[in-house]
Ligand binder design. Sequence first.
Ligand code: DQA
Length: 153
Amino acid sequence: MTAKPVFVLNGPTLNLLGTREPEIYGTTTLDDINAMTAARAKTHGLSVDFRQTNREGELVDWLIEARERACGVILNGGAYTHTSIALYDAIKAIKVPVIEVHLSNPYAREPFRHHSYVSHAATGVICGLRAQGYEFAVDGIAALVLGGKKGKT
Ligand code: DQA
């Protein structure tokens, strides 16, 4: 087991997953996604620290915490993705890989979702694959952190 966990950080309104616009986001709850990511991480010998907040500053604090305490970050910034230079700056300030995830495909939605401040700083981006995107993001972090040593099929 790698000592440092993967931080899985979820932004505003993602606590309502399962009942929030299920035609867009699916019926999987955030608790389900927590369990899915933990199980996937375990297959790579990694653990997750899974969190959700509706506050922008708390996401910034957690990204800064990840600098020392995480081996990588999976970030679904929710609507702050499209508005927050603070998230961009925080990601730029940390060295661990950050994978941006969205359940929906923002580029197939309203024009105000077509720009992501997070994408400008993230190592990689996964969108439109609903909850499974988080599992692929864990695979991505594992590949980046563990390299050829483990987790490749
Ligand atoms: C989202 C996409 C964002 O545009 C939106 O504001 C969300 C969820 C997604 O996971 O698809 O809150 O990040």
